[in-house]
Design a protein. Structure first.
Lengths: 998, 168
């Protein structure tokens, strides 16, 4: 029988013998120099290239940060008028499109078995030339067509010229989300077939009939920062200046003060009744009110007569009319995608009329700056092309980005039309539902690898530069066209530029430099363009007059096809995936959806009342059937819906060979009508009623934030929000007069003296009134700090690794009246860097401590993984590496070399981007100066389009954080625990009174 | 187990451990791996007077000092000493377009972020950490490069000893 003492001795000594294994001796690492060093590149120092983001048509200016010849992070370009230094979540995640492991790594050919096989570029070109040459000799015209994403400038001119040389002008620009209805309305009302430019920043009151401008509508980064300007200038006694009208409370809607749920199809009547009320109350501007057709048009739409169908009270309509006119200018925005049904054009007309009556034309609604979106082909035109394809008129079809088989209504038969074309060439980067029909794939460079130009609106020409060598064996489409032309006798003479880069330069020389008022030599012009990011020129305002719109404003009952007892289907663009184009970017799946907090899935949103009627629980799989198709999807209960409506996001899953897209490919486009709208030719997004039947199967959805409501047993674990539902995050204007004296109220005597911060005291202020919940900061943090993606199952176990999360604090929507208080707060939660940190005293190895500059430091090398710190943290911001997470190649190229990658067994959390702090301090020291305000910006603060996050040095009395820390709206989360966080939050301003006085 | 065995086994283990440690961490012998080309710092620095920063040109403007590009070597060696073995090997790399895979001598673990620029600007002489490289025909590591060794100088010079200075 061994004695305990002897046992411990033996174990102790043999244990130390085991340590021998850990001493591996010197690790031999190679030090590889350059062969020939590139000019101006210093290893270890980042190089930035200006370019344009191409993740959506908005075209924000971008700066690509590269290290040792590879892009590791993207930021907005501060000198670019669109974005102004900010990027949205899609832009931040674009590095994952660049390094996507599922990208086509080279050209592919469809073989006899129907699969794709890789070929060399020479073979690919030969194949293409062999299919094009016969067309030239036939003298065939219009046998070639091009369907692709928007192009402008040199790229557009090249493609048009190339197609022209092949005898065709069939070039169609295709985007899933089009704005035909608004264009037609502008033409009818003001004689301008162009999209109006909206200046939200100048509006004193904003009314949206469903346009989701903070997410996907037109140009979300630009609108978001304009929105913030509008919100920050609102008078303190009337903080509610944004009302959202619609069938579904989107993220944009939850940033409104008030939501008026509308029955689908009643939007036009409501808009006209508001217009009626404006006239009735004598609030309209002379120029509009004096037009003789206005009164007769609006006569049948008094608030009293529309009340029954819209469900909106007379007093509410009167109040809306009053607010639109009392402090000019205001702004009314039309319907977004979801409200685009048969009544799309009448709705846009009615809203333009509202703007005219309120005197907004020429102020917040301006003409004279056509948008690139004006060039989009309408859905009708796409159908016409499909018709030609079916009639064997198209011999070769070029598809340049976009996934029309996925994003067009499935029952329109585009896939079948594709199959009828003898030769389909795709330039897509990723496999998708459309490339499955292609015969030849010539993968284009990613926009970060390629030259180009893009003009999102007139007056803004953005240059696109390659920020690195191509990751794979891809070729820029423009170069493919040029080199193909060289191989074809008839074309060779017309295309003399050997590369697209040359052609781009000569195009800019001819169309921009030579047209400037002042003569600038090329040697001065070009470097300026490259450093600024493009050429920008303000466009003059165009005066317009209001025309008679009466005969175009036929308000009819909206016909929805489908079962009588079914619910109206509402498709909405996914805020992260847009139309599904970045469905294979893992960060976008792991970051919770802003309205539902769900991850890694696609779902159907059903109102809890409807769910009760149909005996549906969260996670039940239902079958949705419309006259055009059916699909199955799990149910998510969401009370931000009109009860007649069920909603589905578009683009969260595809049935293609993509490792991150949800395996249960669900495409809501299968359900909607293939008919185009008669007046605008656009897709009838709202066109069907769907039947809902339980399938009996279950698919528990993973939510990263529990609702606190009852959940079935198989529901997966989720994290509680950090603050209680009744937390004092909101403040009324009347309460602003008496700012809480925090230090006195929450100042028990501390056991230890306060920390000293002789040099810097880093601190952060987050304005909850500015945060929209867009999650761009979360993606920026993932990108900057090498935060691992854990996948669906581990998220379900509560093990996601996000250092920064946006919590959705949404109280249940009270529907007593027709106007609902949205009461939502988006709360960014990150390590608070407490001065009285509960995590510090419990670490047995002193791996976490309060550093002399105010940060709560986490030293990975010391951490042994007891996880006591995370247990003690009341904010639950500490993340433990339960596994060593790796990424498939080439995603590892994105990793930031300045941030240590962590392995299993180590705790990690927000560091206030300490690598940036060190860099900022180093820079200042080397330049022999002090660190100034703005020298150090964490990734989250840098990309936030509303500047809700402000970071700086509290020791610097003129820094922005010093100014804001004493703000009357300030508070700390979980203040009562006396943790003394370095992060101060500013409460959200909420309305004092209900929307209408009654 | 018998009492004597209980004494013997741990003792043997200790001896093995000690021997192993001495074998792995020999006291006076410095780490000096063989390089793909037997580059002689003594010749280049002492005999020809080339300054550190001519080759390790990033040391004063980047966290990494860097090693000279093959092009820099060829700047002289296209002609100079072209008949020697070493330069012939060098030329081979250059002709093949292959960078030379030097073996790193002064290696720090990946979780340490050392910044050369800061130290060079603080007027820390290269020799303080790297030793008298001008006398080394074969480069060896003369400092232990352990954290304790770094802290000695940091404490002496009153530089930051905060963990986050290097560990983040």
């Amino acid at each position: 029988m061994i004695k305990r003492r002897d046992f411990l001795k033996t174990v102790g000594i043999s244990g130390s013998a085991a340590l021998l294994d850990a001493c591996t001796g010197e690790n031999s690492e190679t030090l590889v120099p350059y062969l020939v060093p590139p000019e101006d590149i210093v290893p270890g120092v980042p190089a930035y290239y200006t370019t344009s983001c191409r993740e959506c048509p908005a075209g924000c200016g971008m700066l690509a940060k590269t290290r040792e010849g590879r892009v590791i992070k993207v930021e907005g370009n501060p000198r670019h008028p669109i974005g102004r230094g900010k990027l949205c979540i899609r832009g931040q995640a674009s590095v994952q499109s660049l390094y996507n492991p599922d990208r086509f790594q080279g050209p592919q050919r469809r073989n006899e078995q129907g699969g794709l096989e890789p070929i060399e570029w020479d073979q690919a070109k030969e194949l293409l030339v062999s299919r094009l040459n016969p067309l030239l000799s036939e003298g065939a015209s219009q046998k070639v067509a091009w369907l692709g994403r928007l192009m402008t400038g040199s790229m557009e001119s090249l493609v048009r010229q190339w197609l022209g040389a092949l005898g065709s002008d069939r070039l169609l620009f295709y985007e899933t989300f089009q704005y035909e209805a608004l264009r037609r309305a502008s033409e009818i009302a003001f004689g301008r077939l162009e999209l109006p430019q909206y200046h939200l920043e100048e509006a004193q009151f904003l009314l949206s009939f469903g346009a989701d401008f903070l997410e996907t509508w037109r140009s979300n980064v630009e609108f978001t920062s304009a929105f913030q300007q509008m919100r920050s200038s609102r008078p303190s006694n009337a903080p509610d200046n944004f009302v959202y009208l619609g069938n579904r409370l989107s993220l944009t809607g939850s940033n409104a003060d008030w939501w008026i749920p509308l029955r689908p199809g009643t939007e036009v009547q409501l808009a006209l009744s508001i217009a009626h009320s404006i006239l009735d109350q004598g609030l309209a501007v002379e120029t509009a009110a004096s037009q003789e057709w206005v009164r007769p048009l609006l006569a049948p739409y008094s608030p009293q007569s529309t009340q029954e169908s819209t469900g909106v009270e007379v007093s509410t309509v009167r109040e809306l009319a009053r607010r639109l006119c009392e402090k000019p200018p205001s702004l009314a925005l039309g319907g977004g995608i979801s409200a685009t049904g048969e009544q799309a054009v009448p709705l846009e007309l009615a809203v333009l009329l509202l703007n005219a009556l309120a005197g907004n034309i020429g102020k917040t609604v301006r003409f004279g700056t056509p948008s690139v979106l004006d060039r989009l082909a309408s859905y009708q035109e796409i159908l016409d092309l499909a018709q030609e394809m079916n009639e064997d008129k198209i011999q070769v079809l070029f598809l340049h980005h976009g996934d029309p088989v996925f994003t067009l209504p499935t029952s329109s038969g585009f896939a079948q039309a594709l199959d009828n074309v003898p030769f389909v060439v795709s330039f897509s980067s990723l496999p998708d539902e459309t490339t499955a029909h292609a015969d030849l794939i010539l993968p284009d460079h990613h926009f970060l690898e390629s030259w180009g130009d893009y003009s999102p609106r007139s007056g803004v020409s953005t240059i696109q530069q390659p920020a690195m060598q191509p990751v794979f064996d891809t070729k820029a489409t423009a170069d493919v066209l040029l080199s193909t032309a060289q191989e074809m006798e008839e074309l060779a003479a017309r295309f003399t530029d050997s590369t697209y880069a040359e052609r781009l330069r000569s195009h800019w020389d001819a169309t921009i430099r030579k047209t400037l008022d002042e003569e600038i030599p090329w040697e001065e012009f070009w470097p300026d363009v490259l450093t600024r990011g493009g050429h920008f020129q303000e466009q003059p305002l165009l005066e317009v007059d209001l025309h008679n719109i009466s005969e175009h404003l036929q308000v009819t009952e909206e016909t929805l096809v489908g079962p009588e007892e079914g619910k109206s289907l509402l498709l909405y663009p996914s805020p992260y995936f847009f139309d599904g184009r970045n469905v294979n970017n893992p960060w976008l799946h792991e970051i919770p959806d802003p309205t539902t907090q769900l991850v890694w899935d696609s779902w159907v949103e059903v109102h809890p009342e409807t769910a009760r009627e149909l005996a549906l629980a969260e996670g039940d799989v239902v079958e949705l059937t419309s006259p055009y198709g059916s699909l199955t999807a799990p149910v998510h209960l969401y009370d931000g819906l009109h009860q007649d409506v069920i909603a589905m996001p578009l683009g969260r899953a595809k049935s293609a060979d993509l490792r991150y897209a949800s395996k249960e490919g669900v495409n809501p486009m299968q359900l909607i009508s293939p008919e185009p709208a008669a007046d605008s030719g656009s897709v009838l997004w709202r066109s069907v009623r769907v039947g809902i039947t339980k399938t009996g199967a279950r698919h528990p959805l993973v939510s990263l934030q529990s609702e606190g409501a009852e959940r079935p047993e198989d529901a997966l674990v989720a994290i509680q929000p950090v603050e209680a539902p009744d937390a004092a995050q909101r403040i009324r204007p009347s309460e602003l007069e008496a700012p809480e004296a925090h230090s006195q109220e929450h100042g028990p005597v501390d056991y230890y003296p306060p920390h000293e911060h002789p040099d810097h005291q880093w601190s952060m202020v987050i304005d909850l009134d500015a945060c929209t919940g867009c999650n761009a900061c979360a993606a920026a943090c993932y990108a900057e700090n090498n935060v691992p993606v854990v996948g669906r199952e581990l998220c379900g176990h509560g093990r996601e690794m996000s250092w920064l999360r946006i919590e959705r604090h949404q109280k249940p929507l009270i529907r007593e009246t027709d106007v609902v208080f949205t009461d939502r707060i988006s709360l960014p939660v990150l390590c608070q860097h407490c001065h009285n940190a509960p995590c510090e005293p419990v670490c047995p190895v002193f791996a976490t401590y309060h550093n002399p500059e105010g940060l709560n430091a986490q030293v990975y090398a010391r951490c042994v993984g007891t996880r006591y710190c995370s247990n003690n943290c009341p904010y639950k911001v500490r993340r433990f590496n339960w596994h060593t997470f790796t990424v498939p190649e080439p995603l590892q190229l994105q990793l930031n070399p300045d941030v240590t990658t962590r392995t299993a067994g180590v705790m990690e959390k927000c560091t206030f981007c300490v690598q940036r702090i060190q860099e900022g301090k180093n820079r200042a020291r080397c330049e022999d100066r002090e660190v100034g305000d703005g020298d150090v910006t964490p990734a989250c603060a840098q990309t936030c389009p509303t500047d809700a996050i402000v970071f700086g040095d509290l020791n610097d009395p003129v820094s922005r954080v010093s100014q804001l820390a004493g703000h009357p709206r300030n508070y700390h989360i979980l203040e009562q625990l006396n943790t003394r966080p370095a992060v101060t939050y500013l409460k959200k301003l909420v309305p004092e009174k209900p929307f209408t006085e009654e | 187990m018998s009492k004597s065995l209980l004494l013997v086994v741990p003792t043997v283990l200790i001896l093995v451990l000690a021997a192993g440690c001495l074998w792995i961490f020999p006291q006076e012998e410095a780490y000096s791996p063989d390089q793909p080309i037997a580059f002689d710092h003594k010749v280049h620095v002492t005999d020809f007077g080339i300054q550190c920063l001519y080759c390790h040109s990033y040391a004063d403007r980047s966290p990494f000092a860097g090693v000279p590009s093959v092009e820099r070597c060829m700047g002289c060696h296209l002609i100079v000493a072209a008949q020697t073995e070493g330069v012939k090997t060098l030329n081979g790399y250059w002709q093949r377009g292959e960078p030379i895979p030097w073996i790193k001598v002064n290696v720090l673990p990946r979780f340490v972020h050392f910044n050369h620029e800061a130290h060079v600007r603080a007027e820390v002489d290269c020799a303080q950490c790297h030793g008298k490289v001008e006398n080394m025909s074969k480069l060896s590591r003369v400092s232990s490069l352990t954290m304790g060794w770094c802290l000695e100088c940091h404490r002496q010079e009153e530089a930051s000893v905060d963990c986050l200075t290097c560990h983040y």
